[in-house]
Design a protein around this ligand. Structure first.
Ligand code: HEM
Length: 425
């Protein structure tokens, strides 16, 4: 077997982490799905891991990759390892103190996130197109038909275009045909991609099974992680600006965060094209990995407002102990800084209106996200329980109502009732 041959040859040679036979290992995981890789092969990888020197950059990457690949073997499989989040260049999310200086220039961080978003989405579309053209035998089960592929291209391109617009590259993809536009988006993404980013993309796709739609599922979740991490960064900057008497930058950072969430709306529509039967097939093997373990989502939530004690003590926050610790350690929030600024007379007149409106608009975007998520979960999951050990959609129905802020409520618009992705539920 190629896997064993290449691994043995690498181990008995220089065992240079840079030369690790990643393609052979990933190919074996892809052939059967992570859940079904033979124990003997995992044992070999485990032996390699024990000898990796993680003090160098290539060694660290190999060690991280092996931790992701061996999560089921180690019995510590979860949402982060399923999505290979430790391999992705996401913002680190260091804790905030309200007195911290605002990061000097958000542009570089924003650009990095948008490039990653374009990489993830365009890669998902490239896989759709390669499979439709019979150019790959990766994840061969339950392939979608051409109409669904075209719809995926259309929706994926919309998300990509929003990021390209922020990057100042909107004019680079002009094709009106969804497939042509997806090809153009992918060409643009790979044009200046360095080998490190390319490798990260390859290593961060380890589906548990061999069903086609799991590729889309993983990339959409990774894309959301990228967005939530970005939103959390913007919220931290909002807190700092409020605490240091700069209401206009505070409102601007919050408005930017709102746009990030709203512009990514088509991601849910994209995921809604997933075939429920395919989803139910591969989720048999994702038990224990749930987005309830998403740190960036709970960071986003808790930076808006400290959660109530009962929520902090529930599965919602027990599933993200690092964030729970931050909250218990007194992490500041927008709600708290806003109240303090109003109380101390530091927020007045138009500045006050500006911040309050930005808060209301941001809250509305989050509430819309929750509603859409709930509808999508109903469609895909029905009455089944969640992989994060909640009762499933009843949990989501309940958390929809958790206030984003207490000081300001969401825009009082009527709830959206349009079906996800424009197709009947
Ligand atoms: C097929 C699509 C999806 C289904 C069926 C689904 C289902 C669920 C369920 C049942 C839960 C409750 C926790 C559990 O027991 O697992 C949950 C939580 C959650 N999901 Fe999803 N989900 C889907 C897509 C997504 C996507 C694309 C995201 C984006 C990251 C996401 C983010 C979250 C978050 C952040 C939570 C935790 C919410 C909270 O604790 O307040 N989900 N999901």
């Amino acid at each position: 077997m190629r896997f064993v041959r290449e691994l043995t040859s690498w181990s008995s040679g220089t065992a240079d982490p840079e030369q690790f036979p990643y393609p052979a290992v990933v190919a074996e995981f892809h052939r059967v799905g992570k859940h079904f890789v033979e124990k003997e092969l995992l044992a070999l990888l485990d032996q390699v891991r024990a000898r990796v020197d993680a003090r160098t950059t290539p060694g660290r990457q190999l060690s991280t990759f092996l931790d992701v690949a061996l999560d089921k073997w180690d019995a510590r499989y979860d949402y982060r390892s399923y999505l290979a989040l430790p391999l992705l260049p996401l913002p680190t999310g260091s804790p905030t103190r309200s007195t911290d200086a605002e990061p000097a220039e958000p542009t570089a961080a924003r650009r990095e996130r948008d490039r990653l978003l374009v990489d993830l989405v365009s890669d998902a579309l490239a896989f759709e197109l390669a499979a439709a053209a019979d150019l790959t035998d990766l994840l061969p089960e339950q392939r979608p038909g051409p109409t669904v592929v075209a719809k995926r291209c259309r929706l994926g391109v919309r998300v990509g275009l929003a990021a390209l617009t922020r990057l100042g590259l909107a004019g680079a993809v002009t094709d009106r045909d969804p497939v042509g536009a997806a090809v153009a988006l992918h060409r643009l993404a790979v044009a200046d991609r360095d080998p490190t980013r390319d490798r990260v993309l390859r290593l961060s796709m380890l589906p548990v099974y061999v069903s086609h739609d799991e590729y889309l599922f993983i990339r959409v979740l990774q894309a959301y992680e990228c967005l939530f991490a970005g939103v959390a960064e913007e919220l931290r900057a909002t807190i700092t600006a409020l605490a240091t008497g700069r209401p206009r930058p505070a409102a601007a950072r919050l408005a930017y965060a709102r746009d990030l969430i709203s512009d990514a709306g088509p991601l849910f529509s994209l995921l809604a094209t997933m075939q429920p039967t395919a989803f139910r097939t591969f989720r048999e093997y994702t038990e224990g990995a749930s987005a309830i373990q998403s740190r960036s989502y709970k960071l986003m939530e808790s930076l808006c407002r400290a959660p109530e004690p009962d929520r902090l003590d529930s599965t919602a926050y027990r599933s993200v102990p690092e964030v729970r610790d931050l909250v218990r350690g007194g992490q500041p929030s927008i709600d708290q800084e806003y109240r303090a600024a109003v109380r101390d007379g530091r927020l007045r007149d138009t500045d006050h209106d500006l911040v309050r409106q930005a808060m209301a608009a941001f809250a509305e975007a989050v509430v819309t996200w929750r509603r859409t998520h709930h509808r999508l979960a109903i469609r895909m999951l029905g009455p089944r329980s969640g992989t994060g050990y909640t009762e499933g959609t009843p949990y989501l129905a309940a958390v929809r109502a958790v206030p984003v802020f207490t000081a300001v409520s969401a825009d009082p618009r009527p709830p959206r009732t349009d079906p996800i992705g424009g197709c009947p539920e």
